[in-house]
Design a protein around this ligand. Structure first.
Ligand SMILES: C[S@@+](CC[C@H](N)C(=O)[O-])C[C@H]1O[C@@H](n2cnc3c(N)ncnc32)[C@H](O)[C@@H]1O
Length: 225
């Protein structure tokens, strides 16, 4: 594992890449992680509200949240990639939640939303793709209502031998053609210290960082991580 980040491309643009992402991530243990995140968010908003998923991709977390909160919440998935969002719309239709979600093409560092629009901002597996993460955290701070919450989950760069061994074991369960993306994500992710330095100079206030064996979390306010 390298000491330094090896950044990945910001956007998953090609329809074939988007489709393969959707196939691989649409099953297996990662789906449990999406559901866990959605439960965390829904628990914070028992009366619903307006929720933004930044870098929603094919919409897995957005759809889980919409399914839990049904008509109580307005859930919006933002992504740079039309190819990913087209699949997100198909996934939402298959789950019967189309009426509770909407999809928006746009850049997280210049979000197409008003200040203070959202009760909650969530993001999964997208942070390591952001070209300018500080600007995205500034934007999250801007679009949140005062007192709004936020939960960002991403892979982390694995510097400890025990974590790398664990990642290698998990990697065995991933289809061979997709493993390069799996390791690419890990190599392009941040360490907790790097993320802390980024956040210290962003406009997002009240954040804290947590980590588990393979992932890193930024939570604002009373999120369970
Ligand atoms: C690895 S995918 C994760 C998708 C989904 N959140 C998940 O967990 O399955 C990362 C997504 O972030 C999107 N993305 C990267 N940078 C972005 C930006 N600046 N604005 C909006 N979306 C972005 C990519 O297009 C891609 O769909």
């Amino acid at each position: 594992m390298t000491e330094y980040r090896i950044p990945e491309a910001e956007v998953i643009e090609q329809a074939t890449d988007a489709r393969r992402f959707n196939e691989v991530m649409g099953k297996g243990p990662v789906q449990a992680e999406y559901r866990r995140m959605a439960r965390d968010v829904a628990a914070r908003l028992p009366d619903g509200g307006k929720i933004l998923d930044v870098g929603t991709g094919t919409g897995f977390v957005t759809i889980e949240i919409a399914n839990l909160l049904r008509g109580k919440a307005q859930v919006i998935g933002l992504d740079l990639s039309q190819a990913m969002l087209s699949l997100a719309a198909e996934n939402a239709a298959a789950r019967g939640v189309s009426e509770f979600v909407s999809w928006r093409v746009g850049d997280a560092k210049n979000m197409p939303f008003e200040a203070g629009e959202f009760d909650f901002v969530v993001s999964s597996g997208s942070l390591h793709h952001w070209d300018e993460p500080r600007r995205v955290f500034d934007e999250i701070a801007r679009v949140l209502k005062p007192g709004g919450g936020c939960l960002v989950r991403d892979s982390k760069r694995l510097l400890k031998r025990r974590e790398r061994l664990f990642a290698w074991l998990i990697g065995l369960s991933i289809p061979a053609d997709f493993r390069k993306h799996y390791w690419g994500s890990i190599h392009s992710s941040y360490t907790p210290d790097e993320l802390r330095q980024l956040l210290q100079t962003s406009r997002l206030q009240g954040w804290r960082i947590a980590e588990d064996v393979m992932d890193i979390f930024v939570a604002k306010e009373h999120c369970h991580v």
